[in-house]
Ligand binder design. Structure first.
Ligand SMILES: [Zn+2]
Ligand SMILES: [Zn+2]
Length: 130
């Protein structure tokens, strides 16, 4: 993808899902990759690590609850989980596409994302399968 194509995808994603750019939670706040606990879903929330994971997906964060954060960060953890809870069901696909748009993962990663149901502008901005 060219920088221009990535910019178009970023714009389309942000318009449909402004939460992707949240400064404290979400894909901008973690290194691109899988959840440190289940290693399946994309990372969504950074943690301070008391449970041994530096970043968690939504399901793992909700399952761990307060155990995912140290005593000093209980409030931050709760705020992060409350934020995660209200995301759309397909947050994971959008997070992967966000990382494609920022260049943190290879454009090929978009091929694993089910695109039906995504906003037209997002679909139009996706890299063509190679
Ligand atoms: Zn997980
Ligand atoms: Zn902490």
């Amino acid at each position: 993808m060219t920088p221009d194509q990535r910019r178009v995808l970023r714009t389309a994603l942000l318009e449909a899902s402004p939460w992707l750019a949240h400064p404290e939670h979400g894909p901008q706040t973690v290194d691109a990759g899988s959840c440190g606990r289940c290693e399946q879903d994309p990372r969504l929330l950074p943690t301070c690590g008391p449970a041994g994971h530096e970043a968690l997906c939504r399901r793992c964060a909700l399952e761990l609850g307060d155990d995912g954060w140290c005593d000093g960060h209980l409030e931050e953890g709760r705020a992060a989980r409350a934020w995660a809870e209200q995301l759309p069901p397909r947050w994971g696909e959008l997070v992967v596409l966000w990382w494609v748009a920022t260049g943190e993962v290879r454009p090929g990663a978009a091929a694993g994302v089910a695109t039906d149901g995504l906003p037209t502008a997002v679909r139009a901005a996706l890299p063509s399968p190679e």
